[in-house]
Design a protein around this ligand. Structure first.
Ligand code: HEM
Length: 124
């Protein structure tokens, strides 16, 4: 495919679709679980289910064929009473994960911007 056509594709398609994205999300949660700031939130969580839902969420954010409504995102986090520092840690770990997976800077920024746009749904 030539370069001009390639840049018209959504991020989701340009980085290998759902199979690659699932691995990226698994790598992301490896980092999350090791984090001293937020790892403890995930101790009793069904990670298979979470990775499934999170893959769907990021597929949507990257312009793929998935839908994850904002009200569901808000509902999933309300009881956790998260603060900005915890949210910032997720953003940092996500940025590192995407860089390691060789997402270009412009694409990393687009994904992070989509997450930042939802900060008020997640932080209490
Ligand atoms: C960058 C922003 C974040 C996004 C996009 C995000 C996304 C998601 C998604 C899609 C789910 C699955 C919801 C469902 O199953 O319906 C989820 C669940 C969860 N998230 Fe987040 N999350 C974010 C930030 C955080 C932070 C900062 C923490 C903790 C420090 C956190 C902890 C959790 C936990 C513990 C669950 C499982 C909730 C449960 O099953 O009871 N999330 N998140």
């Amino acid at each position: 495919m030539n370069a001009a056509l390639r840049t018209q594709l959504p991020i989701f398609d340009r980085y290998g679709g759902i199979r690659v994205l699932r691995h990226v999300i698994m790598d992301f949660y490896d980092r999350v679980l090791e984090s001293e700031v937020i790892g403890h939130f995930f101790e009793d969580i069904d990670m298979v289910k979470l990775i499934d839902h999170q893959t769907k969420f990021f597929a949507m954010v990257m312009g793929g064929p998935a839908h994850f409504p904002d009200n569901r995102l808000a509902h999933a986090h309300r009881h956790l009473r998260l603060d900005h520092a915890q949210f910032d840690e997720i953003v940092t770990l996500l940025g590192e994960t995407l860089a390691e997976a060789r997402f270009e800077q412009e694409d990393r920024e687009a994904v992070i911007a989509a997450i930042e746009a939802r900060r008020s749904l997640i932080v209490a």
